[in-house]
Design a protein around this ligand. Structure first.
Ligand code: PBG
Length: 335
Protein backbone atom coordinates (compact mmCIF):
# COMPACT_ATOMS: atom_id res chain seq x y z
CA UNK A 1 0.00 0.00 0.00
CA UNK A 2 1.05 3.61 -0.60
CA UNK A 3 -0.52 6.43 1.33
CA UNK A 4 -1.36 9.78 -0.32
CA UNK A 5 2.25 11.01 0.21
CA UNK A 6 3.59 7.98 -1.60
CA UNK A 7 5.01 6.37 1.55
CA UNK A 8 4.78 2.62 1.75
CA UNK A 9 2.63 1.58 4.71
CA UNK A 10 0.73 -1.49 5.79
CA UNK A 11 1.02 -5.01 4.49
CA UNK A 12 3.21 -6.26 2.85
CA UNK A 13 5.74 -3.58 3.95
CA UNK A 14 4.58 -3.73 7.54
CA UNK A 15 4.62 -7.18 9.08
CA UNK A 16 3.77 -7.21 12.80
CA UNK A 17 5.05 -10.76 13.17
CA UNK A 18 8.69 -9.69 12.60
CA UNK A 19 9.13 -8.75 16.24
CA UNK A 20 7.36 -11.83 17.61
CA UNK A 21 9.57 -14.49 16.06
CA UNK A 22 11.94 -15.29 18.91
CA UNK A 23 11.92 -15.11 22.63
CA UNK A 24 14.71 -12.51 22.68
CA UNK A 25 12.83 -10.26 20.24
CA UNK A 26 9.65 -10.58 22.27
CA UNK A 27 11.55 -9.70 25.43
CA UNK A 28 12.96 -6.57 23.77
CA UNK A 29 9.55 -5.16 22.85
CA UNK A 30 7.65 -6.30 25.93
CA UNK A 31 5.64 -3.38 27.32
CA UNK A 32 4.51 -4.59 30.74
CA UNK A 33 6.43 -6.55 33.37
CA UNK A 34 5.23 -7.65 36.79
CA UNK A 35 7.61 -7.03 39.67
CA UNK A 36 7.41 -8.38 43.18
CA UNK A 37 7.22 -4.73 44.30
CA UNK A 38 3.82 -4.42 42.62
CA UNK A 39 2.13 -6.75 45.08
CA UNK A 40 0.26 -6.64 48.36
CA UNK A 41 -0.66 -9.95 50.00
CA UNK A 42 -3.89 -10.19 52.05
CA UNK A 43 -3.80 -11.99 55.42
CA UNK A 44 -6.52 -13.13 57.81
CA UNK A 45 -5.80 -12.94 61.54
CA UNK A 46 -7.69 -15.26 63.89
CA UNK A 47 -7.76 -15.77 67.66
CA UNK A 48 -6.03 -18.75 69.24
CA UNK A 49 -2.57 -20.26 69.14
CA UNK A 50 -0.95 -22.40 66.50
CA UNK A 51 -3.93 -21.89 64.18
CA UNK A 52 -3.23 -22.37 60.48
CA UNK A 53 -6.47 -23.34 58.84
CA UNK A 54 -6.92 -23.34 55.10
CA UNK A 55 -9.85 -21.25 53.86
CA UNK A 56 -11.91 -23.58 51.73
CA UNK A 57 -12.96 -21.22 48.93
CA UNK A 58 -9.48 -19.59 48.95
CA UNK A 59 -7.14 -22.56 48.44
CA UNK A 60 -3.60 -22.00 49.80
CA UNK A 61 -4.80 -19.08 51.97
CA UNK A 62 -5.14 -19.50 55.70
CA UNK A 63 -6.71 -18.23 58.87
CA UNK A 64 -3.64 -17.62 61.01
CA UNK A 65 -3.36 -16.96 64.71
CA UNK A 66 -1.11 -14.11 65.75
CA UNK A 67 1.89 -16.36 66.52
CA UNK A 68 1.61 -18.03 63.10
CA UNK A 69 1.16 -14.67 61.40
CA UNK A 70 4.51 -13.53 62.67
CA UNK A 71 6.18 -16.49 60.92
CA UNK A 72 4.15 -15.92 57.79
CA UNK A 73 5.21 -12.26 57.77
CA UNK A 74 8.88 -13.26 57.90
CA UNK A 75 8.39 -15.55 54.92
CA UNK A 76 6.55 -12.85 52.95
CA UNK A 77 9.31 -10.36 53.69
CA UNK A 78 11.94 -12.91 52.60
CA UNK A 79 10.12 -13.31 49.30
CA UNK A 80 10.47 -9.56 48.79
CA UNK A 81 6.76 -8.74 48.81
CA UNK A 82 6.64 -5.18 50.18
CA UNK A 83 3.26 -5.18 51.93
CA UNK A 84 0.42 -7.15 53.47
CA UNK A 85 -3.24 -6.19 53.85
CA UNK A 86 -4.62 -7.35 57.14
CA UNK A 87 -8.15 -8.54 57.98
CA UNK A 88 -9.34 -9.86 61.32
CA UNK A 89 -11.80 -12.42 62.65
CA UNK A 90 -13.01 -11.20 66.03
CA UNK A 91 -13.88 -13.45 68.97
CA UNK A 92 -17.36 -11.96 69.12
CA UNK A 93 -19.52 -9.59 67.13
CA UNK A 94 -22.02 -6.96 68.28
CA UNK A 95 -24.25 -4.22 66.84
CA UNK A 96 -21.51 -1.57 66.85
CA UNK A 97 -18.52 -3.74 65.94
CA UNK A 98 -16.68 -3.09 69.22
CA UNK A 99 -13.79 -5.41 68.50
CA UNK A 100 -12.90 -3.38 65.40
CA UNK A 101 -11.56 -0.57 67.58
CA UNK A 102 -10.59 -2.48 70.73
CA UNK A 103 -6.97 -1.68 71.66
CA UNK A 104 -6.38 -5.44 72.03
CA UNK A 105 -8.57 -6.46 69.09
CA UNK A 106 -7.39 -9.15 66.72
CA UNK A 107 -6.06 -6.80 64.03
CA UNK A 108 -4.32 -4.58 66.58
CA UNK A 109 -2.56 -7.62 68.10
CA UNK A 110 -1.69 -8.95 64.66
CA UNK A 111 -0.18 -5.62 63.57
CA UNK A 112 2.05 -5.55 66.64
CA UNK A 113 3.22 -9.13 66.06
CA UNK A 114 3.92 -8.60 62.36
CA UNK A 115 5.83 -5.37 62.96
CA UNK A 116 7.93 -7.15 65.58
CA UNK A 117 8.67 -10.11 63.31
CA UNK A 118 9.23 -8.18 60.06
CA UNK A 119 9.71 -4.47 60.82
CA UNK A 120 10.23 -3.45 57.19
CA UNK A 121 7.12 -5.15 55.86
CA UNK A 122 4.44 -2.51 55.20
CA UNK A 123 1.32 -3.40 57.16
CA UNK A 124 -1.87 -2.10 55.61
CA UNK A 125 -5.02 -2.57 57.66
CA UNK A 126 -8.50 -2.88 56.21
CA UNK A 127 -10.81 -0.54 58.08
CA UNK A 128 -14.41 -1.72 58.01
CA UNK A 129 -17.03 -2.87 60.47
CA UNK A 130 -18.50 -5.80 58.53
CA UNK A 131 -16.33 -8.47 60.12
CA UNK A 132 -17.18 -7.11 63.57
CA UNK A 133 -20.91 -6.34 63.48
CA UNK A 134 -23.47 -9.03 64.24
CA UNK A 135 -25.56 -7.85 61.27
CA UNK A 136 -22.53 -8.04 58.96
CA UNK A 137 -22.86 -4.55 57.48
CA UNK A 138 -19.96 -2.15 57.02
CA UNK A 139 -21.41 0.54 59.29
CA UNK A 140 -23.96 0.82 62.07
CA UNK A 141 -27.52 -0.12 61.18
CA UNK A 142 -30.59 1.98 61.91
CA UNK A 143 -34.12 1.02 60.85
CA UNK A 144 -32.82 -1.62 58.44
CA UNK A 145 -30.39 0.79 56.76
CA UNK A 146 -26.72 1.55 57.25
CA UNK A 147 -26.41 4.98 58.86
CA UNK A 148 -23.59 6.84 57.13
CA UNK A 149 -22.82 9.64 59.55
CA UNK A 150 -23.19 7.53 62.68
CA UNK A 151 -20.63 5.10 61.23
CA UNK A 152 -17.90 7.70 60.60
CA UNK A 153 -16.87 8.09 64.20
CA UNK A 154 -16.47 4.32 64.67
CA UNK A 155 -14.48 4.00 61.46
CA UNK A 156 -12.18 6.82 62.54
CA UNK A 157 -11.73 5.16 65.93
CA UNK A 158 -10.88 1.89 64.20
CA UNK A 159 -8.32 3.59 61.96
CA UNK A 160 -6.75 5.36 64.91
CA UNK A 161 -6.47 2.14 66.92
CA UNK A 162 -4.74 0.48 63.95
CA UNK A 163 -2.28 3.37 63.66
CA UNK A 164 -1.62 3.22 67.40
CA UNK A 165 -0.86 -0.50 67.06
CA UNK A 166 1.71 0.35 64.37
CA UNK A 167 -0.15 0.06 61.06
CA UNK A 168 1.76 1.71 58.22
CA UNK A 169 -1.18 2.42 55.90
CA UNK A 170 -4.89 2.67 56.65
CA UNK A 171 -7.30 1.25 54.06
CA UNK A 172 -10.98 2.08 54.59
CA UNK A 173 -13.24 -0.30 52.64
CA UNK A 174 -16.68 0.57 54.03
CA UNK A 175 -17.80 3.01 51.28
CA UNK A 176 -19.41 5.49 53.69
CA UNK A 177 -19.39 9.06 52.37
CA UNK A 178 -16.88 11.28 54.14
CA UNK A 179 -14.94 8.50 55.82
CA UNK A 180 -11.59 9.47 54.32
CA UNK A 181 -11.99 12.97 55.74
CA UNK A 182 -13.07 11.64 59.14
CA UNK A 183 -10.12 9.24 59.26
CA UNK A 184 -7.59 11.84 58.04
CA UNK A 185 -8.73 14.24 60.74
CA UNK A 186 -8.60 11.64 63.50
CA UNK A 187 -5.11 10.54 62.46
CA UNK A 188 -3.79 14.11 62.17
CA UNK A 189 -5.20 15.13 65.54
CA UNK A 190 -3.50 12.24 67.28
CA UNK A 191 -0.01 12.51 65.84
CA UNK A 192 -0.37 10.26 62.79
CA UNK A 193 -0.09 12.91 60.11
CA UNK A 194 2.47 10.71 58.32
CA UNK A 195 0.20 7.66 58.06
CA UNK A 196 -1.11 7.32 54.48
CA UNK A 197 -4.66 6.39 53.55
CA UNK A 198 -5.28 3.90 50.76
CA UNK A 199 -8.93 4.40 50.01
CA UNK A 200 -11.14 1.69 48.54
CA UNK A 201 -12.49 4.60 46.49
CA UNK A 202 -14.33 2.75 43.74
CA UNK A 203 -15.60 -0.36 45.42
CA UNK A 204 -18.39 -2.14 43.61
CA UNK A 205 -21.19 -4.27 45.06
CA UNK A 206 -19.70 -7.39 43.50
CA UNK A 207 -20.53 -11.08 43.43
CA UNK A 208 -16.78 -11.70 43.32
CA UNK A 209 -16.44 -11.09 47.08
CA UNK A 210 -18.19 -14.42 47.79
CA UNK A 211 -15.15 -16.42 48.98
CA UNK A 212 -13.90 -13.49 51.09
CA UNK A 213 -17.19 -13.36 52.97
CA UNK A 214 -16.74 -17.02 53.88
CA UNK A 215 -13.12 -16.29 54.88
CA UNK A 216 -14.02 -13.20 56.94
CA UNK A 217 -17.42 -14.46 58.13
CA UNK A 218 -18.81 -11.12 57.02
CA UNK A 219 -21.87 -11.85 54.88
CA UNK A 220 -24.65 -9.34 55.65
CA UNK A 221 -27.43 -10.85 57.76
CA UNK A 222 -30.14 -8.69 56.19
CA UNK A 223 -30.29 -7.05 52.78
CA UNK A 224 -27.09 -6.56 50.83
CA UNK A 225 -24.42 -3.91 50.29
CA UNK A 226 -25.93 -2.25 47.24
CA UNK A 227 -27.08 0.69 49.36
CA UNK A 228 -23.48 1.81 49.83
CA UNK A 229 -21.17 -0.02 47.44
CA UNK A 230 -21.17 1.06 43.80
CA UNK A 231 -23.41 -0.25 41.07
CA UNK A 232 -21.31 -2.36 38.65
CA UNK A 233 -22.56 -0.68 35.44
CA UNK A 234 -21.21 2.74 36.47
CA UNK A 235 -17.76 4.05 35.53
CA UNK A 236 -18.15 7.85 35.54
CA UNK A 237 -19.46 7.59 39.08
CA UNK A 238 -16.22 5.80 40.04
CA UNK A 239 -14.23 8.82 38.88
CA UNK A 240 -16.38 11.07 41.06
CA UNK A 241 -15.79 8.78 44.04
CA UNK A 242 -12.06 8.92 43.43
CA UNK A 243 -11.97 12.70 43.00
CA UNK A 244 -13.85 13.12 46.29
CA UNK A 245 -11.54 10.76 48.15
CA UNK A 246 -8.48 12.59 46.85
CA UNK A 247 -9.97 15.86 48.05
CA UNK A 248 -10.69 14.32 51.44
CA UNK A 249 -7.05 13.30 51.78
CA UNK A 250 -6.60 9.85 50.25
CA UNK A 251 -3.01 9.08 49.22
CA UNK A 252 -3.72 5.97 47.12
CA UNK A 253 -6.95 5.26 45.20
CA UNK A 254 -8.22 1.73 44.82
CA UNK A 255 -10.50 0.11 42.28
CA UNK A 256 -12.14 -3.12 43.42
CA UNK A 257 -12.63 -5.74 41.98
CA UNK A 258 -9.99 -5.63 39.24
CA UNK A 259 -10.66 -7.96 36.33
CA UNK A 260 -14.23 -6.93 35.50
CA UNK A 261 -13.26 -3.26 36.01
CA UNK A 262 -10.09 -2.81 33.94
CA UNK A 263 -11.74 0.09 32.10
CA UNK A 264 -12.23 1.87 35.42
CA UNK A 265 -8.57 1.31 36.32
CA UNK A 266 -7.49 2.65 32.93
CA UNK A 267 -9.68 5.74 33.24
CA UNK A 268 -8.48 6.35 36.79
CA UNK A 269 -4.88 6.09 35.59
CA UNK A 270 -5.54 8.76 32.93
CA UNK A 271 -7.46 11.10 35.18
CA UNK A 272 -5.43 11.03 38.41
CA UNK A 273 -1.74 11.25 39.19
CA UNK A 274 -2.10 9.52 42.56
CA UNK A 275 -1.03 5.87 42.78
CA UNK A 276 -3.80 3.51 41.67
CA UNK A 277 -4.29 0.20 43.44
CA UNK A 278 -6.37 -2.66 42.08
CA UNK A 279 -7.82 -5.39 44.27
CA UNK A 280 -7.73 -8.75 42.50
CA UNK A 281 -10.48 -10.07 44.78
CA UNK A 282 -11.27 -13.45 46.27
CA UNK A 283 -13.69 -14.59 43.55
CA UNK A 284 -11.18 -13.76 40.83
CA UNK A 285 -8.61 -15.88 42.64
CA UNK A 286 -11.04 -18.71 43.37
CA UNK A 287 -12.12 -19.00 39.73
CA UNK A 288 -8.56 -19.53 38.52
CA UNK A 289 -7.72 -21.89 41.37
CA UNK A 290 -10.81 -23.99 40.79
CA UNK A 291 -10.23 -24.24 37.05
CA UNK A 292 -6.54 -25.04 37.54
CA UNK A 293 -7.35 -27.75 40.08
CA UNK A 294 -9.69 -29.33 37.57
CA UNK A 295 -6.93 -29.30 34.98
CA UNK A 296 -8.91 -26.85 32.84
CA UNK A 297 -6.33 -24.05 32.86
CA UNK A 298 -2.57 -23.77 33.14
CA UNK A 299 -2.45 -22.07 36.54
CA UNK A 300 0.83 -20.24 36.10
CA UNK A 301 0.14 -18.87 32.64
CA UNK A 302 -3.45 -17.91 33.37
CA UNK A 303 -2.53 -16.24 36.66
CA UNK A 304 0.33 -14.23 35.19
CA UNK A 305 -1.80 -13.23 32.20
CA UNK A 306 -4.60 -11.94 34.45
CA UNK A 307 -2.20 -10.05 36.74
CA UNK A 308 -0.27 -8.59 33.80
CA UNK A 309 -3.60 -7.39 32.40
CA UNK A 310 -4.31 -5.58 35.64
CA UNK A 311 -0.93 -3.88 35.50
CA UNK A 312 -1.25 -3.08 31.78
CA UNK A 313 -4.58 -1.39 32.47
CA UNK A 314 -2.73 1.08 34.70
CA UNK A 315 -2.56 -0.28 38.25
CA UNK A 316 0.55 0.63 40.25
CA UNK A 317 -0.30 -1.67 43.13
CA UNK A 318 -1.96 -5.09 42.85
CA UNK A 319 -3.55 -6.61 45.93
CA UNK A 320 -3.76 -10.33 45.26
CA UNK A 321 -4.09 -13.71 46.95
CA UNK A 322 -1.72 -14.92 44.19
CA UNK A 323 1.07 -12.62 45.45
CA UNK A 324 3.05 -15.26 47.34
CA UNK A 325 2.84 -17.77 44.52
CA UNK A 326 3.92 -15.15 41.99
CA UNK A 327 6.86 -14.15 44.18
CA UNK A 328 7.89 -17.82 44.31
CA UNK A 329 7.62 -18.11 40.53
CA UNK A 330 9.74 -14.98 40.19
CA UNK A 331 12.35 -16.49 42.52
CA UNK A 332 12.56 -19.67 40.48
CA UNK A 333 12.60 -17.68 37.26
CA UNK A 334 9.30 -18.92 35.84
CA UNK A 335 7.32 -15.68 36.11
C1 PBG B 1 -14.77 -5.46 53.80
C2 PBG B 1 -14.09 -6.01 52.61
C3 PBG B 1 -14.55 -6.92 51.65
C4 PBG B 1 -13.46 -7.21 50.83
C5 PBG B 1 -12.39 -6.45 51.28
N1 PBG B 1 -12.80 -5.71 52.38
C6 PBG B 1 -15.86 -7.59 51.49
C7 PBG B 1 -17.08 -6.88 51.18
O1 PBG B 1 -17.14 -5.67 50.97
O2 PBG B 1 -18.10 -7.57 51.20
C8 PBG B 1 -13.46 -8.17 49.68
C9 PBG B 1 -12.16 -8.79 49.37
C10 PBG B 1 -12.20 -9.95 48.47
O3 PBG B 1 -13.25 -10.41 47.98
O4 PBG B 1 -11.11 -10.49 48.24
N2 PBG B 1 -15.76 -4.57 53.57
Amino acid sequence: MENDKGAKTGYPYTRMRRLRRTDALRRMVRETTLRVDDFVYPLFAAHGKGVRQEIEPLPDCYHLSVDMLAREAEEIARLGIPAVLLFGLPASKDAVGSEAYAPKGIVQEAVRAIKRAAPDLVVITDVCLCEYTDHGHCGVARDGEVDNDASLDLLARTALSHAEAGADIIAPSDMMDGRVRAIRRALDERGFAQTPIMSYAAKYASAFYGPFRVAAESAPQFGDRRGYQMNPPNAREALREMALDLEEGADILMVKPALAYLDVIARARQRFDAPIAAYNVSGEYAMLKAAARNGWLDERRATLEALTGIKRSGADIIISYHAKQVALWMKEGTA
